[in-house]
Design a protein around this ligand. Structure first.
Ligand code: TXA
Ligand code: MG
Length: 320
């Protein structure tokens, strides 16, 4: 159910959870201090209790009370706010409830750019919000996606389609350096440019760094097989049945239907379309999809490859 700003404000103040637009993906929001509503977020999503939530604020005035200490690096990265960047900072445990942090000594914070959610936060105070999808499923980048997961009656503050279409980049700031815990809507190269120094060695690894990274993510019901070469994919596309190809405008797809993410290498457009494309596999009843992973792992291509691999992590990688 689409609601306006005034209704979202009323519902949040009454202790309800509301879906809100951000420039990355839709979030499932509750007021930071509302313990019952925060607990409801975990149960609505089916989210494990050990997976902490991001706190969304409008500015530094709202941020300061939540943070115990600002490691060096904060002043370099805060220039990317408002925007799709989440920082992991030492928490003030009195201001950030244990359930929000999942018991960690740190807090994840972000200043979103979307004007509607900024206005909402200005009115009701900091909002905790994970992505507005059932745990493990593709994130939601439009109101219909939220309604598909939580029902047509679920309140959604309608802010249109998410501009980036992929989650914020998560950076942990330490006294001796910085690391990327989750690739996202800001490329690693841009973060490094802002920091002026490279991330700590071994920072981008397969080991889950943010607690949420150890869980299955972004997955449609369809079984995905990823192909490193478009030629390998083209050869495999001679099958029939409830199979689709998830790729780019020029992906060879034989007789199979093509769900395109746009032009190959147009990563901004590809990410914008990604979750809608993964969700459409299920809407179309596809049991299998062949996924084109033949693009350079540079810039936002790293984020695209990360999400496609995670969505596909049940199956083998073919074609080298
Ligand atoms: O773009 C986004 O970040 C969206 C929008 C709604 O803001 N939110 C989002 O939230 O993606 P969620 O809950 O789907 O992902 C948050 C990630 C999880 O992997 C969680 O483990 C990690 O952030 N996280 C939260 N607090 C953390 C902390 N203190 N230390 C390390 N990781 C943390
Ligand atoms: Mg999520």
């Amino acid at each position: 159910m689409r609601i306006d700003l005034r209704e979202a404000e009323r519902l949040l103040n009454a202790g309800t959870v509301v879906a809100v637009p951000t420039e990355t993906v839709y979030g499932l929001a509750a007021r930071l201090g509302d313990a019952k509503a925060v607990a409801l977020i975990f149960s609505l999503k089916g989210r494990p209790q050990d997976n902490p939530l991001i706190v969304h604020v409008t500015d530094e005035t709202q941020l300061f009370p939540l943070v115990a200490r600002f490691p060096s690096g904060f002043k370099e990265l805060k220039g990317l706010w408002p925007g799709p960047l989440t920082l992991i900072l030492p928490a003030n445990p009195d201001a950030v409830p244990d359930a929000v942090r999942a018991g960690l000594p740190t807090v994840a914070v972000r200043v979103p750019r979307h004007p509607l959610v900024r206005e909402l936060i200005a009115r009701v105070g900091p909002l905790v919000a994970p992505s507005a999808n059932l745990s493990g499923r593709p994130s939601a980048t439009s109101p219909p996606h939220v309604e598909a997961d939580f029902g047509a009656e679920f309140p959604v503050l309608d802010g249109g389609e998410s501009a980036a279409g992929v989650e914020s980049s998560i950076v942990a700031l330490h006294d001796d350096g910085w690391e990327i815990l989750r690739t996202g809507a800001i490329a690693a190269e841009e973060l490094e440019l802002a920091m002026g120094v490279p991330p700590l060695p071994g920072a981008i690894s397969d080991k889950p760094r943010a607690p949420g990274q150890k869980y299955r993510h972004y997955a449609p019901r369809a079984c995905l097989t990823v192909f490193q070469s478009r030629e390998g994919l083209g050869a495999a596309a001679s099958v029939s049945g409830p199979v689709a190809v998830l790729g780019f405008d020029d992906t060879p797809h034989g007789n199979l239907p093509l769900i395109s993410l746009g032009g190959r290498g147009d990563f901004v457009e590809n990410l914008k379309r990604l979750y809608g494309a993964l969700r459409s596999l299920d809407e179309q009843g596809r049991e299998n999809a062949l996924v084109d992973l033949d693009f350079p792992c540079l810039g936002l291509g790293v984020t695209l490859a990360d999400r496609l691999r995670k969505a596909a992590n049940r199956v083998c990688v073919k074609g080298g």
